[in-house]
Design a protein around this ligand. Structure first.
Ligand code: AMP
Ligand code: MG
Length: 336
């Protein structure tokens, strides 16, 4: 298929994209987290095209994007907690899972009886959803398994020829996908960490807990199916070395096919061959913003076969960085 690309979409181009969504097409759009690959969330066939374009397993559900929090009434059985969370964090990088109403096709929910909703803050996303007059189902706009796209170049790499329209305009400020919280468990439960931290969620829903699946291998029933798959991976194999900078330096092979993923503040590691940095050791926000871009940049050098990565902090937004990196590494973490 021929993909129309609007790098800095004007109003009439966003209108064209909205028409495309109404007609059952696929449209990529920027959000504050990562780029999304969107389709009409009420149209089963349109949603199916998303899975095909990404090569995504059909039991991995999509997030339904809305222009206003109150629209969730139409698609989910909302609760008081939902409105408290919406008041505090929407529009913004938070996805809330509730029991779904029947209008949402099972293709969108991956067969579950729950639905995930989110209200993105970026203006292109907001305008697209508003002009379409529909909820837009959208996962990240990458080929399944690859790092999520945070710049329009990444989207063009993965989705040119697979989506009808690509909208640019803003690169992604947060850089990792939304925090996902389910309101369908005994206590509000974080299924995927993101920019909105556990501490922030607890100020609104004090009972909130973090699912064990966030840092562990997912083996239980499908609370959040996306957590089961190896994800976010560059072409080279990723190995996380958990230890001090000195121990990392001593443990890492010094051969040519090795890449190093470390922090701006790792003075000794930065000088190693093929070293890339993605923020200071204590700057989890910058790490989140740069992680996927940095992982993708290793793909440009196909002599690199193994990437040794430093272990990020598990606090605040660090938990989101660690969650993504552990999956990029297929859970390969070694103590050094
Ligand atoms: P992506 O937008 O690519 O980050 O993928 C969306 C993720 O949201 C999926 O991988 C799921 O883990 C999660 N998700 C979406 N809907 C649900 C749901 N109804 N229940 C649990 N998790 C969901
Ligand atoms: Mg994704």
């Amino acid at each position: 298929m021929e993909t129309r690309i609007y790098l800095n979409p004007k109003e009439n181009e966003i209108e064209k994209a909205a028409e495309c969504v109404r007609a059952g097409g696929l449209c990529v759009f920027p959000t504050e987290t990562v780029f999304g690959l969107g389709a009409n969330a009420l149209d089963e066939n349109a949603a199916k095209k998303i899975y095909e374009a990404k090569g995504r397993p059909s039991d991995n559900p999509l997030i339904v994007h809305l222009s206003e929090p109150v629209e969730a009434e139409l698609y989910a059985y909302t609760t008081d907690d939902y409105y408290r969370l919406a008041k505090a964090f929407m529009p913004g990088p938070l996805t809330v899972i509730m029991k779904a109403r029947d209008v949402i096709p099972k293709t969108v929910t991956g067969g579950l009886d729950t639905v995930a909703v989110r209200v993105p803050s970026y203006s292109v996303a907001h305008e697209l959803i508003r002009k379409a007059g529909l909820p837009i189902a959208a996962p990240s706009a990458n080929i399944s398994g690859r790092p999520s796209p945070t710049r329009v170049e990444h989207v063009i790499e993965d989705m040119n020829g697979r989506a009808d329209i690509i909208l640019g305009g803003e690169n992604c400020e947060v850089g990792v996908e939304s925090t996902i919280i389910t309101l369908c468990a005994q206590r509000p439960t974080v299924l995927r960490p993101g920019y909105i931290t556990l501490g922030q969620l607890k100020t609104v829903c004090p009972d909130t807990v973090v699912s064990e699946a966030v840092l562990g291998k997912y083996e239980g029933q499908a609370l959040s199916p996306g957590m089961r798959y190896k994800h976010y991976a560059p072409k080279a194999k990723v190995i996380i070395l958990d230890g001090t900078q000195e121990a990392f330096y001593n443990a890492v092979p010094k051969s040519g096919d090795v890449g190093i993923l470390c922090f701006d503040t790792d003075e000794k590691l930065k000088t190693l061959r093929n070293a890339k940095t993605y923020g200071a050791a204590k700057d989890s926000n910058m790490q989140a913003k740069m992680l996927f871009e940095c992982l993708r940049s290793f793909d440009k050098d196909d002599t690199i076969k193994r990437i040794y990565a430093r272990m990020p902090s598990d606090e605040g937004v660090g938990l989101a960085v660690l969650n993504r990196l552990i999956r990029a590494a297929g859970f390969n973490v070694r103590k050094v």
